[in-house]
Design a protein around this ligand. Structure first.
Ligand code: ATP
Ligand code: MN
Length: 462
């Protein structure tokens, strides 16, 4: 008999038929006449109830059928009398795949803390919470590809190992095959990277943007979606050392086109999750965050506020609020500032533009005032910055000027400069931190809980 996934079992036409289901036992209860198993196979938040008539089975048949064990059940699917479920299986056969020793299986009872589950990251996907989060995450990843595909964007794969250390987005992890206990040295005593695998120093990428610009200025519109790495020693609920980033890059887009795309994109993804993961989102809302669905709908239904950094700083200065970090024109905004604007002042997402050039990357287009650049950060409730982007500097001389001002090693940048040397066009793009989007949609508050195996300072377990 062909196996039916539990997500497909709750359809009325299966009632009265024989089904074959496989899954993990979440709970077992009952008495000597009848036993009930709740089984889950990961396809849905819903468990399937299996009813075991002890007139047909012996205690021996059920030995080892405990929380966490895995089973194969066949039987008739019938409408359920019990509350909270539409149908159940009356078992005719039951086979145990694998036991889970009740003495050691860590997910015995419900109601573990998220902190406890982080230490059991190898098993936490079997909990309701992490099943829901991981299904939402997967659905969002699909929505992202769908959104760009529907708009004629091409999916570009940019390298993870890079030799340019000038991206400036954050500290990098070195990649080397040199023997660290016996480093080859040059005559002046420095490490001889010509003996290293790539013949020069290399690191894991912090962003695919620079290569993304090469793609956009050839294919017109591309997006990347891959892992990025930042060796910042910042232990916050919003930073990972390894996270996934989506970076669209578009030729012939200015900053307004870029903002429009960013807003459409986020709304599309949230809508897609609401339409396709409603059971999971409702579960997470009920467990962790009663306002979750309202917040998601609010973001989808309302336009984002757009204002300049200068106006934003003015609002913060006039707020009378005492912040941990001082605000003044020229300061890099902290999460507390971003969240004040979003959560307290405007009460909706904000796109902040035209930041001082000193606090933004070298490739952003300089405004006519000579002091600000065409940057745009999208700021979200509970999260702070969810997207960072800009219109890029398309003028060769101006870009070179910035590179020289900032002393960026030129020899690494020749290929990037060629985009401005040959057929340069106005273009723009942004980066969305995937886990920050998953945080927002699931209502979780710690980024370690929205990626299967988080990488953070001092933690590379699993
Ligand atoms: P932040 O100010 O929050 O540290 P950033 O300005 O360094 O972020 P960008 O370089 O603009 O970030 O990266 C683009 C996007 O990637 C950010 O808007 C954010 O959503 C996400 N992001 C950046 N750093 C991290 C990180 N360490 N972990 C998870 N997501 C991140
Ligand atoms: Mn940023």
């Amino acid at each position: 008999m062909k196996r039916t996934k539990i997500i497909d079992i709750f359809s009325p036409e299966l009632i009265g038929t024989e089904v074959s289901v496989m899954g993990w036992v979440r709970t077992r209860r009952g008495n000597k006449h009848v036993q009930f198993l709740a089984i889950n196979d990961g396809s849905t938040i819903k468990n399937l109830q299996v009813v075991i008539d002890m007139a047909k089975f012996t205690d021996d048949d059920l030995r080892g059928v405990t929380t966490g064990s895995s089973v194969h059940v066949t039987g008739r699917l019938v409408e359920s009398m019990g509350k909270g479920q539409t149908c159940e299986v009356q078992a005719e056969t039951l086979k145990l795949f694998g036991t889970a020793d009740p003495e050691t299986y860590p997910l015995q009872k419900k109601g573990h803390t998220l902190e406890f589950l982080r230490e059991k990251a190898h098993l936490r996907p079997r909990t309701n919470t992490f099943g829901a989060i991981l299904r939402v995450r997967s659905t969002l990843a699909f929505a992202i590809h769908k959104f760009f595909n529907e708009r004629g964007f091409f999916y570009l794969n940019t390298p993870l190992i890079t030799a340019s250390d000038c991206e400036g987005a954050g500290a990098m992890f070195q990649v080397t095959t040199l023997d660290l206990n016996n480093l080859p040295k040059t005559e002046d005593g420095k490490v001889d990277f010509s003996a290293d695998f790539f013949g020069k120093p290399t690191a894991l990428t912090v962003s695919g943007q620079l290569e993304g610009e090469l793609g956009a200025t050839a294919l017109g519109a591309i997006y990347t979606f891959g892992p990025t790495f930042r060796a910042e020693n910042s232990n916050t609920p919003r930073h990972l050392s390894e996270f996934w980033m989506i970076e669209p890059e578009m030729a012939f887009y200015d900053i307004v086109d870029n903002m429009d795309l960013a807003e459409d994109f986020i709304k599309y993804c949230i809508n897609y999750a609401l339409d396709n993961c409603r059971d999971d989102i409702d579960f997470l809302a009920q467990m962790y965050d009663k306002d979750l669905v309202d917040r998601l709908k609010f973001v989808v239904e309302n336009s984002f506020v757009r204002l300049s950094y200068t106006e934003g700083v003015k609002i913060l200065e006039e707020s009378g609020r005492k912040f941990d970090f001082p605000v003044f024109w020229g300061a890099d905004l902290q999460s507390e500032h971003e969240r004040y604007l979003v959560e307290e002042h405007f009460k909706r997402p904000v796109i902040l533009t035209d930041y001082p050039k000193e606090i933004k990357a070298f490739y952003m287009k300089l405004n006519d005032d000579g002091r600000t650049v065409r940057a745009m950060d999208v700021l979200f409730p509970k999260i702070g910055e969810i997207i960072g982007g800009s219109e890029r500097e398309a003028d060769y001389d101006k870009l070179l000027g910035r590179i020289e001002e900032l002393n960026i090693p030129m020899k690494d940048m020749w290929w990037y400069l060629d985009t401005r040397r040959y057929g340069s066009v106005p273009h723009a793009g942004f980066g969305l931190g995937f886990e920050r989007l998953v945080l927002f949609v699931t209502g979780m508050t710690n980024i370690r809980d929205v990626i299967p195996f988080p990488r953070t300072p001092n933690n590379a377990e699993f």
